[in-house]
Design a binder for this molecule. Structure first.
Ligand code: 6PG
Length: 457
């Protein structure tokens, strides 16, 4: 099997080595010749160079490949994807060739590109997660679409992807560009889980006075049990690191958090689709808030009392609250995927989606097995529900900020307790005559309700 790969950055280089190791003959290209040289030298040192051909331009790449061709793009999302596609068209790709965009592209671009290139080649999309390590040894691969050409590459991707209990973490999750939507939501959940862990650390450090090392030990203990996850274990490791003067390495890092955009897209899409993902949105805004510390607005907030209050936290309750808040992040992400799939008629299979997240990706976690497609699974979590309520309350008492923890509690409470929406609807009708709907489905105004209710009785 012969495959071509364009883009030999960190992800591209590692995926290239993975593909060759699994038996694929690879034709690789990057516009920066040093990237090709580096891949070649890595392949040589791993004894994989005989199946690798580095080419110096896309024309050479297309000529070297036998038709029908299979070409993977691992170039930065945006205009570069179109630039490479145009060059490949000029170089002679044909209708039967498949080009798979494996970058962190916006799914909307994927939909447009499918139309744009429909008579030129088969354009397909696949989200890949797992960073450099995952790409090298087994990433999660969220593919989509039913383009001709998938049948050629699918068996190979199944081998290249990570596996969980013998099941591959490659799947075509749904139609059209839904793979990129699923990867986008994966990142939205990733933001929420990262922020949640940071908040638990914050509570333990500044709310109870523990050192980063002590927090690392607690995270490590949790990681030995059902809470084991990639993000928790790396956080434990990070917090255990100190310099030669015993200063925690985290204290040497500026607090401003960057972002490449997928978390923001998740939030934007959720808002547009009208699907509530408060923990995911809060995580994006938490990153934005880290960047306002030294703005004029922040400096103007000269409240006298900036002191935080120490609290007594029960570690078992904290673990339970963390468990539920984590599950709720997945729950919100899955609800968003389900809603988008309905709107776009993608037929996304949520169990296949979860299958791709079980290993290889950044949000992999042992407890993912217990994530169900509704709120039902939460029915069995009574003590976690109580713990989330109590810990959120205690956390707020410290005076510190807990955007994801409190949003998770808000999300759960809104889904499971009496709503106050009726009053808001009444307010809307009161000043805007927007109408209200009765329990029997009748639309009327607030002022008609007495009469209607009397009739029903
Ligand atoms: C992955 C990661 C990867 C990357 C994101 C998030 O699944 O391997 O999600 O895609 O880390 O780009 O990056 P930001 O935090 O910079 O938005």
């Amino acid at each position: 099997m012969q495959v071509a790969l364009v883009g030999l950055g960190v992800m591209g280089k590692n995926l290239a080595l993975n593909l060759i190791e699994k038996g694929i003959t690879l034709v690789a290209y990057d516009k920066n010749p040093h990237a090709g040289e580096e891949l070649l030298s890595c392949a040589k040192s791993e004894g994989l160079a005989d199946k690798l051909h580095i080419v110096s331009d896309l024309g050479d790449m297309v000529r070297r490949l036998e038709a029908p061709r299979s070409i993977l793009l691992l170039v930065p999302a945006g205009e570069l994807v179109d630039a490479v596609c145009s060059e490949l068209i000029e170089a002679g790709v044909q209708c039967s060739d498949i080009i798979v965009d494996c970058g962190n592209s916006n799914y909307k671009d994927g939909i447009n590109r499918k139309l744009k290139y429909q008579n030129k080649f088969e354009f397909a999309t696949m989200g890949i997660s797992g960073g450099a390590e995952g790409a090298r040894h087994g990433p999660a691969m969220m593919a989509s679409g039913s383009e001709g050409g998938w049948e050629r590459v699918e068996p190979w991707f199944t081998k290249v992807a990570a596996s969980y209990k013998g099941e591959s973490c490659f799947a075509r999750v749904g139609q059209s560009a839904s793979g990129h939507f699923v990867k986008m939501v994966h990142n939205g959940i990733e933001y929420a889980l990262m922020q949640l862990i940071a908040e638990v650390y914050q509570l333990l450090r500044h709310g109870t006075g523990r050192s980063p090392k002590e927090v690392a030990e607690i995270f490590d203990e949790w990681s030995q049990e059902h809470l084991n996850s990639y993000l928790l274990s790396i956080s434990s490791h990070i917090l255990s690191l100190e310099n030669q003067n015993n200063v925690p390495l985290v204290d040497l890092i500026d607090n401003k958090v960057g972002a490449k955009g997928t978390g923001l897209w998740t939030a934007q899409n959720a808002l547009e689709l009208g699907i509530a993902v408060p923990s995911l949105v809060a995580a994006v805004q938490a990153r934005h808030l880290t960047n306002v510390y030294d703005t004029t607005a922040a400096q103007e907030m000269t409240y006298a009392d900036r002191a935080t209050t120490k609290v007594e936290i029960d570690l078992v309750e904290l673990k339970d609250a963390f468990t539920l808040a984590s599950l709720l992040a997945y729950r919100q992400g899955l609800a968003l995927i389900k809603g988008a799939s309905r709107t776009h008629q993608w037929k996304v299979d949520l169990s296949k989606t979860l299958q791709t997240w079980r290993a290889g990706c950044i949000i992999r976690a042992d407890y993912l097995d217990s994530v169900a497609q509704g709120v039902e699974f939460i029915d069995t979590l009574d003590k976690e529900v109580f713990a989330l309520r109590k810990i959120t309350g205690q956390a707020m008492m410290t005076g510190l900020a807990f955007p994801v923890l409190s949003s998770s509690q808000t999300y759960f409470a809104t889904l499971t307790t009496p709503s106050n929406g009726h009053l808001v609807q009444a307010q809307r009708d009161y000043f805007g005559e927007h109408g209200v709907k009765t329990h029997t489905g009748e639309v009327c105004h607030l002022t008609d309700l007495v009469e209607i209710d009397a009739k029903v009785r």
